[in-house]
Every structure is written in C-alpha cells, then in structure tokens.
Write a new protein. Structure first.
Length: 247
C-alpha cells in the first residue's frame, strides 16, 4: 500500500491533489508546527489578469503551548471569509464552472462552526476531492491513536499504523527525508520511498496570459472537475524511486 502524508494547506494547488490521487491512503499531518507565512494560511487565485493572494488571519495559542496547524484558530473579528468569497466570486463569475463550484465553497466558508485552521483546510480539501470524484481514503494524523515520534520517525509510525509499506513524497521533501541517509528512517524500517513526478500543466483561463501554480480552484472553475482530473493524471509521471535521486 502506498501512503502519502501532507500538511493540510489552504486551497491547495494541483500537485497536492496529484499526490492524493496517486496514493492508496492519504494523511493530513495537522499536529505539526504552524508557519504563519506558509501555505497553511494562504494561496493564490487569478483575479483579472493578475494573481491575487488570499490569506487567512489566525491567532495562535498563548503561553507555552506550541502553535500547531491543529490548534490554530481564526481571528473571529476579521471578516476574512466574506472577503475571500467576494474575491473568488468577482474573479470567477464568468468562468464556465462557476455555478457548479461556487455554492460548494460558499457553504463551507459560511459554516460558523468551523473555527480552526486545520478544520477549514481539511473540509475544503475533502469537499474538492468529492467534487472531482477522487476517492483515496484520508486520515487525520492527530486522530491516529497508535502514532508516536517526531519528524521522520513519525512518518514511519504513521506508515506502520496504516499498514503501508511504501511512501510517496513531494520531491521537495527529499533533503528532509534523506538528511541522514538515502531513503532515511523510512527505508531503514523497510518502507520503500518514492518521489512525486508532477509537471504543472497549462489550461484555459478566463482572462489574460496563463498563470501557473495557483489554487486548484482556478483550474476547476475554468475547465471543471472531469477535465481537471484528466490533467492531473496526464501530467503525473511515474513515481521516482529514492535510489534514482540519491547521490
């Protein structure tokens, strides 16, 4: 079984869903340190002919508690949800699949019971998976009772807990995984390591020249769920075994 593990990011890009769609099981790694300047809290859409960054205002726990994605809440006094919905609506109102996708996002953003960052991000990702008919089983790391360890030891523990003997990672995480040795702790624990091979495709956008590496919703609004999944599958190459990249 092939497992992939990623932190739940806000309105992820196409490559995130390529990773989910390629795995047999997928885990949202929510119980790790929050980086306020990272993709946990922000992402880009296309507004007119330019990219627009959407950022979620968050408040971290006070005192000695470490701010994790899991325990980070939104700033309730900030009307960011309304602003993000307005920006999305204004940017994609004339897109072919606006009437299909926007109500889905609208219902999530207006759900006042969602007060935590991880809760929102995971809700959006799972809803977009359903919209695209991506059926990979997903799990939340903080809800896995048998998991222990930190860093790559935690990855090993999650693989063992979910009975997966292979691990699929974004290639950008190679240095982290293989800091000590080729394949790192995963290979030492008899878990094969593969790296994602995804090339960002071009697709029609409403206005202007093509802008790459936006949130997946840009692609979905423009070409719809069926064609988006076709793109993901077409531009997802054969996974690269860790031995092919190790020096």
């Amino acid at each position: 079984m092939l497992l992939s593990i990623m932190q739940p990011t806000y309105l992820p890009w196409l490559g995130y869903f390529s990773l989910i769609n390629s795995a047999d099981k997928f885990v949202f790694l929510d119980n790790v340190k929050l980086e306020k300047s990272d993709w946990h809290v922000r992402n880009k859409i296309k507004s007119g002919r330019q990219e627009l960054m959407l950022t979620c205002p968050v408040s971290t726990p006070k005192g000695r508690m470490i701010a994790t994605i899991e325990n980070t809440q939104f700033v309730s006094a900030n009307p960011w949800r309304r602003k993000h919905l307005k920006s999305i609506a204004e940017s994609y109102a004339k897109a072919p699949f606006f009437s299909s996708l926007f109500p889905l996002l609208d219902s999530i953003y207006k759900d006042e019971s969602i007060t935590f960052l991880a809760q929102m991000n995971i809700k959006i990702i799972r809803a977009l998976m359903d919209y695209m008919n991506i059926t990979t089983p997903t799990f939340i790391a903080s809800e896995l009772e048998g998991v222990s360890g930190v860093k790559d030891a935690r990855l090993v523990s999650i693989c063992n807990e979910l009975e997966c003997n292979s691990y699929l990672s974004p290639v950008g995480a190679q240095a982290y995984i293989e800091k000590e040795s080729p394949g790192g702790a995963l290979v030492k624990n008899d878990i094969e390591v593969f790296y994602q091979n995804f090339t960002h495709p071009k697709y029609p956008q409403v206005k202007g020249e093509f802008i790459s590496h936006l949130s997946v919703i840009d692609c979905l609004f423009n070409i719809g769920p069926v064609e988006t999944v076709k793109l993901i599958n077409t531009y997802t190459g054969t996974h690269t075994h860790y031995q092919s990249l190790s020096v």
